[in-house]
Design a protein around this ligand. Structure first.
Ligand code: G6P
Ligand code: MG
Length: 220
């Protein structure tokens, strides 16, 4: 029986994955580095510095630590600038209705995002009150695919890991959820989320009774 639903943020509740992509793209273009949607898929759910490493590795570039820090800070500035314009249209279809319905059943909701900007995004869109706990990259030592962020989320909402289900758009996040011993729903394409037992692209298609009985199957 599911007693808590834990959500990733970027690409799961909000289309901010697009803005992370645009931030990295701007930085990459400035340096003439190759960066596309496919490379970006390797940055989903991956912390800021590690995402930079993914891009540098893809381009065979090695840089001193101080320069990497500066580049990551610059990307974050681009990202935060893009966040100034976010609005309801950036929220995933049906996500808020889904959160309301889940919470009305008494099931806990938690946010487990690697992003240190997660509280800012939630505040900007008035979504903070939909979560019983918010865990971010600032609260953990080991990033996804390590299960740490999900185990902490379960602890903070007071539910055992086996009674949690995680919604994730990143292969690393799906792996982390499964490593935490939790059920997992992939948000996005089954081709990218090959480890996810079930995937969705629209929250309104989810059978909530089936989800809470851990009987959701296929890709509705
Ligand atoms: C999420 C996103 C990643 C991002 C990471 C860190 O996991 O999916 O694309 O790199 O958060 O975000 P931050 O806002 O702290 O740089
Ligand atoms: Mg994500």
């Amino acid at each position: 029986q599911i007693k808590a639903v834990l959500f990733d943020l970027d690409g799961v509740i909000v289309f901010t994955d697009r803005y992370h992509y645009l931030g990295w793209k701007k930085l990459a273009d400035e340096h003439g580095w190759a960066f596309d949607e496919e490379v970006n898929n390797g940055c989903r759910g991956v912390p800021r510095m590690e995402s930079l490493e993914v891009i540098l590795r893809h381009n065979g570039v090695e840089l001193p630590e101080a320069e990497k820090e500066e580049l990551a800070t610059r990307k974050n500035a681009y990202y935060v600038e893009l966040l100034k314009d976010i609005n309801e249209e950036d929220v995933y279809p049906g996500a808020v209705e889904f959160l309301k319905k889940i919470r009305a059943t008494g099931v806990k909701t938690g946010l487990c995002s690697s992003s240190k900007n997660a509280p800012l995004v939630l505040e900007s869109l008035g979504l903070s009150d939909y979560f019983d706990a918010v865990v971010t990259g600032a609260d953990i030592k080991n990033a996804k695919p390590d299960p740490e962020i999900f185990l902490l989320g379960a602890e903070w909402v007071g539910v055992a890991p086996e009674n949690c289900v995680v919604f994730e758009d990143a292969p690393s996040g799906v792996a982390g959820a499964l490593a935490a011993g939790m059920a997992c729903v992939g948000v996005g394409s089954p081709e990218l989320l090959t480890e996810a037992p079930v995937t969705i692209t629209d929250y309104s298609t989810i059978d909530i009774d089936a989800l809470l009985n851990n009987q959701l199957t296929g890709s509705p």
